[in-house]
Design a binder for this molecule. Structure first.
Ligand SMILES: [Zn+2]
Length: 107
């Protein structure tokens, strides 16, 4: 079972207490942008087997959105951090690089 620690209230919540919100760190493109950019923003999502950054909401807790870095293959969680972060914190990146030397990086 997937267990994520909410960075706001500190509760280690099971997956059933959380609501998934899809991929994290999407760059938003509005209707006025180029068709290719808008289409990619609306529909294209990564689906890696390995390190992935996701949005989650502590639905049956504090109700706040947060971001999580985890491995989709093993369910190993590298860390969680506030949803307002524009990129993963350096300590989480270092942790991922230490455990997954072949990881290609955040972008
Ligand atoms: Zn919470």
């Amino acid at each position: 079972m997937l267990i994520l620690e909410c960075p706001y209230c500190g509760v280690k919540a099971e997956e059933t207490e959380l609501a998934p919100g899809g991929e994290a760190h999407l760059k938003r493109f509005g209707p006025g942008s180029a068709d290719e950019e808008f289409e990619a923003y609306m529909f294209a999502r990564k689906n890696p087997k390995g390190v992935h950054f996701e949005r989650w909401r502590h639905a049956y807790g504090c109700g706040k959105w947060f971001l999580a870095a985890r491995c989709t293959a093993t369910l190993e969680v590298f860390g969680t951090y506030p949803a307002q972060s524009t990129e993963p914190p350096a300590d989480i990146i270092d942790k991922i690089k230490a455990k997954r030397p072949d990881w290609k990086g955040f972008k």
